[in-house]
Design a protein around this ligand. Sequence first.
Ligand SMILES: O=C[C@H](O)COP(=O)(O)O
Length: 253
Amino acid sequence: MSRKALIAANWKMYKTPAEAKAFVDAFLPLVADHTRDEIALFPSPVLLPTVVEAARGSSIAIGAQNIHFAEEGAYTGETSASQLAAIGGTHTLIGHSERRQYFGETDDIVNKKLHTALKHGFVPVVCIGEVLGEREAGMTASVLKIQVNGAFAGIKGLAAEVISSIVIAYEPVWAIGTGKTATPEMAADAHRIIRAEVSSLLGSDVAANMRILYGGSVKPDNATALIGQEEIDGALVGGASLKPDSFASIVKY
Ligand SMILES: O=C[C@H](O)COP(=O)(O)O
């Protein structure tokens, strides 16, 4: 399989500009000779210019944790795709479970944001995952299928090279920030369900090439077992991405 892994840091609402710069300055030398995988950092919007500047000249990609679907307008507190592009961002998370839980993002909003991100040439990382009650009720597969279908509405008509930039992050909500990790087998099972759904929607070639990351309490000591799974094409890391040595050791799983 030729999918290149993506190891991504979601810093959530942490770090000052000075701390973000200090992270990048310490992190770059730790991964300077690492070419096996792609690496991306997703800081808060206010940190983006600092992080883009600090990472300039490296192969580290920088992205937003969220964009608005509108091109511009009266959307207080939001960031547009054009604004992100103008400061050098190339990637964006879409539909992170915290956006869904605390900011009311629905599959329909996720779909609109995905179309906007693709239109602007970003690498979109579309986050999906079930909550604990859904897993316990045996609903994981149906929830994932609904989320994939919702996010990907209208995508089939786009050009193949546009579709191929899409990344999915499978993040079981019960494993986020809890220290509870899906076992590698559980994660791989979920990834197979997601890939099969992508295949039925967009075709087997698209599905075979689409990267599906795992997120949820990924740490240096479990990264190898998780990302080493054939079905798992990288990681979206929260807490363990906040320290350069911790994130670097995950990158080097
Ligand atoms: O986007 C990252 C996920 O929410 C995982 O966060 P975590 O590694 O702190 O569990």
